[in-house]
Design a protein around this ligand. Structure first.
Ligand code: CMP
Length: 138
């Protein structure tokens, strides 16, 4: 079990001014920040990041949404990080996310769902190094 996960605060949440509140909730839940930055994804970068979803019907809309505004990318540290973070953010569809979770509080739809969290330790490692070099991780 690894102790890191990767997250992105998505364009909807950044544009709506929820960044500070979301970071606060993450820190309150016991995560520490190993790396963090503002990023504006290009179509190519978003497509590469979501390559696993390339054949899905929502892929084009997903890339278009994720390139529509600034995001905040971060690597977070905590014991059991991947699983605890997925509990903290709630279900992919905010309508199904438990009360008090980040998506329940800040997300509007399955696409504009405020935040991403890695779904496995292997993906957390891959996604963290996709966005951050070793010099940007502390
Ligand atoms: P995330 O877990 O960050 O990564 C894949 C994203 O695809 C997911 O969040 C959703 O925001 C988005 N998405 C859009 N439509 C769907 C859908 N029908 N099912 C699953 N994910 C979807």
């Amino acid at each position: 079990m690894s102790n890191i996960t990767f997250t992105m605060i998505k364009p909807d949440a950044v544009a709506n001014g929820f960044t500070g509140k979301i970071i606060d909730q993450i820190l309150e839940a016991g995560f520490t920040i190993q790396a963090m930055k503002y990023v504006r994804l290009s179509e190519e970068t978003a497509g590469a990041f979501y390559d696993i979803h390339r054949e899905r019907p929502f892929f084009k809309d997903l890339v278009s949404f994720m390139t529509s505004g600034t995001i905040v990318a971060a690597v977070l540290v905590k014991e059991n990080a991947v699983s605890d973070f997925r509990t903290l953010i709630g279900a992919t569809d905010p309508a199904k996310a438990e009360a008090g979770t980040i998506r329940n509080r800040f997300a509007k739809s399955i696409e504009a769902n405020a935040i991403h969290g890695s779904d496995s330790d292997a993906n957390a490692a891959h996604e963290a190094s996709f966005f951050f070099s070793a010099f940007e991780r502390f």
